[in-house]
Design a protein around this ligand. Structure first.
Ligand SMILES: Cc1cc2nc3c(=O)[nH]c(=O)nc-3n(C[C@H](O)[C@H](O)[C@H](O)COP(=O)(O)OP(=O)(O)OC[C@H]3O[C@@H](n4cnc5c(N)ncnc54)[C@H](O)[C@@H]3O)c2cc1C
Length: 229
């Protein structure tokens, strides 16, 4: 979706090679949610800033060390949950993630860069306020992003027997953090109405696990707001 135009009684959604006309629109844009809301004339003060999370994976010979999920108790002072071990349905075990500022919203590689996204984030006061509030945390996260030894040390807090040979580089994800100008993260769900539209602006974890329930709620909101069945 690259543009949303408001027609007389319908919206015209312009995608790269497609034009869709619709009376109502529900937008779940993740890392692009704020931009899509603005295109649709939603008055939004916050901005989405991306934070990448790198994962390691357990090597085959070390998988027996994790039989279920292993999570730390969350520290409510920090916006991110600490590293944890997740046993996946295919038997793989992910270890992580860290949380580092992403120079590209969909930047899944350590060196990915987008001038537009970087300027957008670094000219926003909320980003700097978040950095200043969590400076030492942020620096440690960056060090861990480039040091397997430091990452391992953090993982060893949960599994002391873990060794360097037990972990290998895994995949990465980028969290969409809806940030206020005060640098506070909007930790809760944030769904706004536009003109004949609904925008999911913040859907933090566990929004993937709870996707069906959230979808049901959005359906109810749409029925009520748009007066449809
Ligand atoms: C590292 C990491 C670990 C996580 N772990 C968990 C977990 O264990 N459990 C859990 O429940 N949640 C977890 N989450 C959170 C979960 O992924 C999110 O809460 C959830 O995906 C948010 O859903 P969403 O629909 O808002 O955004 P998304 O899932 O990001 O979906 C947005 C979609 O919009 C599309 N899009 C964006 N812009 C456009 C455009 N212009 N045109 C067309 N399409 C567009 C994107 O391609 C994408 O498909 C994790 C997230 C990260 C980053």
């Amino acid at each position: 979706m690259v543009n949303i135009e408001q027609g007389e009684d319908e919206k015209v959604i312009l995608c790269k090679n497609l034009k869709i006309k619709s009376t109502f629109l529900i937008v779940c844009g993740g890392l692009q949610a704020d931009r899509l809301a603005k295109i649709d004339q939603v008055n939004l003060k916050e901005k989405v800033v991306g934070f990448r999370g790198d994962y390691y994976e357990l090597e085959e010979h070390a998988k027996h060390k994790v039989k279920n999920l292993i999570y730390p108790v969350p520290d409510p002072q920090f916006p991110f949950l600490g590293v944890h071990f997740t046993r996946m349905v295919n038997g793989d075990v992910e270890c992580g993630p860290n949380a580092v500022f992403s120079f590209k919203r969909e930047g899944y590689g350590k060196t990915d860069f987008s001038l537009k996204d970087t300027v957008d984030a670094l000219t926003y006061s909320g980003t700097w306020r978040l950095f200043l509030k969590n400076a030492s945390y942020g620096i440690n996260e960056y060090r861990r992003a480039f040091s397997k030894t430091l990452f391992l040390k953090t993982l060893q807090k949960l599994i002391p027997s873990l060794e360097m040979k037990d972990i290998k580089t895994g995949r990465a994800g980028v969290r969409a953090l809806l940030l206020g100008k005060d640098g506070d993260t909007r930790d809760d769900f944030r769904i706004e109405y536009g003109n004949n539209s609904i925008h999911v602006l913040n859907a933090p974890s566990p929004a993937a696990t709870a996707a069906m329930a959230i979808g049901n709620d959005i359906k109810k909101m749409a029925i009520e707001r748009f007066n449809v069945n």
